[in-house]
Ligand binder design. Structure first.
Ligand code: MG
Length: 271
């Protein structure tokens, strides 16, 4: 085994990898326990910007997964991290919920509708015509347009829900301005997550259940990637993309006993 095979840190998508709606993916608890036992730094990623890490921690606990707040990385946190680097101490008009407003308050942003530096759009279940009108007028007057994630829809028990990408399209249609999206598939989401745990892309793995978000952004951030088929993708679907993950597994349960060297068995080189 070469040192290059050793994995020192993990990023993992949440939905479809660790949980399925309100249920834990079997073996996800043991996978996380093994990361902790091996003292491997990790972050759990989600493109959804509605909830704070504390809310998500509580939601995950109900499924049987114990994940500390500081191990959760949302598109809202990635957005705040981006804005803090680009324009520290700035101002923003926010259309979103506590996951986003809390993240922006924590970096010292002032939330205002008076001449803000940015309009920041996130996920919400209570879009108001008034708030969207304000956002449109501010973008027209020159506020920079940022959105936490491009997902057009999100899942619910009763069917799809319009998500951030769909509302962004409405604002774009009205203003002629496209937002800059921070969440997956923007590799920025991976890079900010890696920085957060002082990890390096070459020795890190991104695990996800989607080729067009998790795998592509992990790959573009320079990481090795694992596609799990416990969520939205099947083994066959990999062939429909011009890129591929480093490895395909049924679920994170398949990593049991080999979190340090997940690719060692795949290697044909005679180490
Ligand atoms: Mg997923």
């Amino acid at each position: 085994m070469s040192t290059d095979d050793r994995i020192l840190s993990y990023l993992t998508d949440m939905d479809g990898v660790l949980v399925h709606e309100d249920h834990m993916v079997p073996g996800a608890d043991e996978f996380l326990a093994e990361l902790r036992a091996e003292e491997i730094p990790f972050l759990v990623l989600t493109n959804n910007s509605i909830r704070t890490p504390r809310d998500l921690q509580a939601r995950l606990r109900q499924t049987g997964l114990e994940i500390p707040e500081h191990s959760i990385w949302t598109s809202a946190l990635a957005t705040a991290s981006f804005l803090n680097e680009q324009r520290p101490g700035g101002t923003a008009y926010v259309v979103g919920e506590s996951g986003l407003t809390t993240a922006l308050h924590e970096i010292g942003y002032v939330l205002t509708e008076v001449d803000p530096d940015y309009v920041v759009l996130g996920e919400t279940r209570t879009y108001s015509f008034e708030a969207i009108t304000t956002a449109i007028r501010l973008v027209e007057r020159g506020a920079r347009f940022i959105a936490t994630n491009p997902d057009p829809t999100g899942p619910s028990r009763d069917g799809v829900l319009p998500a951030t990408g769909s509302v962004a399209a409405l604002i774009t249609r009205a203003t002629g301005r496209d937002p800059y999206y921070i969440g997956k598939p923007n590799p920025l989401m991976m890079r900010s997550a890696l920085r957060r745990i002082n990890a390096h892309s070459q020795t890190s793995v991104m695990i996800g259940d989607r080729m067009d978000t998790d795998v592509i952004s992990g790959m573009e951030a320079g990481m090795r990637t694992i596609l799990v088929t416990s969520g939205i993708s099947t083994k066959m679907s990999v062939e429909h993309y011009p890129y591929r993950p480093t490895m395909v597994l049924n679920s994170v349960a398949d990593l049991a006993g080999r979190v340090r060297t997940p690719f060692a068995a795949e290697s044909t080189s005679p180490h």
